[in-house]
Design a protein around this ligand. Structure first.
Ligand code: NAP
Length: 334
C-alpha cells in the first residue's frame, strides 16, 4: 500500500502561519473496508477560512491539534468498496491536507462527484464552479440582489470570490467598482473582466479615487475584507443600501476588530446580512450550471494562481493575506 503524506496541525498560529504550525506526517494508506473508497487528492483549495479553522471555533469547530488540517480539495477515486463511488470518479469535498483520503458513509458536508467535461479543467470545480464561485453566486443573487443601474462595490475584487461577484454585478447591469491591492490586479478587473473602475487601496489617495468612481454613491457593498476598506465603503453608501457580508479577511490574522463604526449602519439605515455558502448546498448543482453557462459564453472570466506540492500549503495560506494571488489559489498535490 502507498504512503499517505499529511499536514497535521501542530500549533495554533499567531498572525500568519509559521513553519512550526504544521507537522508533515507519513502514514500507511489503510486497507479498504466494505463501504469505503480511497481517493488520491489532486488539487487543494486554499481558502482564508483555513486560517480561522486553525485558530478558533466558528461555523465549524477548530481543527484539533494533531489532526489532519481541514481543507477542500479535488480527488480521484483509485479504489472503491463504496456503493456511491467507482474507480476513476472525480470528487470535491473536504479532503484535508493529505495525499489520500478514505471516504466512508456520508458526512454533513458530503463529497460531490464532478463531471468530466471536455476542455474543462478539473480545477474549475474549486474556483468558478466550486466553493468560491458559488459563494459569489449566492451572495449576489440571494443577499445583494443587484438591480440595473445600481452601484456595486466589491472588496478583495481580484480574488476568487470577489472577481466572480463583480462580474455577476455586471451581468445584472450594475456599475461595478472593485477594490484590490495592486495596479496589475486593477488593470485585470477593468480591462479583462469589464469592471467600470478599480481602486488600488495601497495608493495614498485611494479614498478620493473611490469617491470619484462612485459619483452616485454606493447601493451594494459585497464585503470580503472589513476594517478600513469596509469603513470607507460604508461612508459612501446610499440610504437603505445593502451589505452582503461575505468575509472579513483583514481581521483573520490580527487582533483588531474588522468593524468598529456600527453607527454608520444606523445613520444610513443599511441592511447588512452575513451569509455562508454551505447553507445553499441543496442548490449547488443549479448554481454551478448557471456559472458554467456564463463561463462558456465568456460572461465570466477567471484566473488561477497555482503552487505545487503539499508542503507548499502553509506558504500558500499566507499568500492570501499578502494578496499574492490573483483569482483562485490552488495547490497541485499529485
Ligand atoms: N461567506 C462564505 O460562505 C464565504 C465563502 C468563501 C469565502 N469567503 C470569504 O470571502 C473572502 C475572499 O475569499 P477568497 O477565497 O475568494 O480569497 P481571495 O479573495 O482569492 O484571496 C484573498 C484576497 O484578500 C485580499 N486581502 C487579504 N488581506 C487583506 C487586507 N488586510 N486588506 C485588504 N485586502 C486583503 C488580498 O487581495 P489584495 O491584493 O486585494 O489585497 C487577497 O488576494 C474572504 O473574506 C473569505 O473568508 C466567504
Amino acid at each position: 500500500m502507498p504512503t499517505n503524506r499529511q499536514l497535521r496541525l501542530q500549533a495554533r498560529p499567531k498572525g500568519l502561519c509559521a513553519p512550526g504550525d504544521f507537522q508533515l506526517a507519513e502514514t500507511p494508506v489503510p486497507e479498504l473496508q466494505d463501504g469505503q473508497a480511497l481517493a488520491k487528492v489532486k488539487y487543494l483549495s486554499i481558502d482564508p477560512t483555513m486560517r480561522v479553522w486553525m485558530a478558533v471555533d466558528s461555523y465549524l469547530p477548530a481543527v484539533a491539534i494533531g489532526e489532519v488540517m481541514r481543507a477542500g480539495g479535488l480527488a480521484e477515486i483509485v479504489e472503491s468498496r463504496h456503493a456511491l463511488f467507482k474507480k476513476g470518479d472525480k470528487i470535491v469535498g473536504l479532503t484535508g491536507l493529505q495525499e489520500y483520503v478514505v471516504i466512508e458513509g456520508q458526512s454533513k458536508l458530503p463529497f460531490q462527484k464532478v463531471p468530466s467535461i471536455p476542455f474543462v479543467s478539473d480545477t474549475l470545480f474549486l474556483g468558478v464552479l466550486g466553493m468560491t464561485g458559488l459563494t459569489a453566486y449566492f451572495g449576489m443573487t440571494e443577499i445583494a440582489k443587484p438591480e440595473k443601474g445600481e452601484t456595486l462595490v466589491v472588496s478583495a475584487a481580484a480574488g476568487a470570490t470577489g472577481s466572480i461577484a463583480g462580474q455577476i454585478g455586471k451581468i445584472n447591469g450594475c456599475r461595478v467598482v472593485g477594490i484590490a491591492g495592486s495596479d496589475d490586479k486593477c488593470r485585470w478587473l477593468t480591462e479583462d473582466l469589464g469592471f467600470d473602475a478599480a481602486i488600488n487601496y495601497k495608493h495614498p489617495d485611494w479614498k478620493e479615487k473611490l469617491a470619484a468612481a462612485t459619483p452616485q454613491g454606493i447601493d451594494i457593498d459585497f464585503e470580503n475584507v472589513g476594517g478600513e476598506i469596509m469603513h470607507a465603503v460604508l461612508d459612501r453608501m446610499n440610504l437603505h443600501g445593502r451589505v452582503a457580508l461575505c468575509g472579513l479577511i483583514s481581521g483573520y490574522t490580527s487582533e483588531n476588530p474588522a468593524l468598529e463604526n456600527f453607527a454608520t449602519i444606523i445613520v444610513k439605515r443599511l441592511r447588512v446580512q452575513g451569509f455562508l455558502v454551505i447553507d445553499y448546498s441543496a442548490r449547488f448543482m443549479d448554481a454551478a450550471t448557471q456559472l458554467g453557462k456564463w463561463k462558456m459564453f465568456g460572461k465570466i472570466k477567471d484566473r488561477e494562481t497555482m503552487l505545487e506540492g503539499l508542503e507548499k500549503v502553509p506558504e500558500a495560506i499566507n499568500m492570501l493575506f499578502a494578496g499574492a494571488n490573483t483569482g483562485k489559489l490552488i495547490v497541485k498535490v499529485a
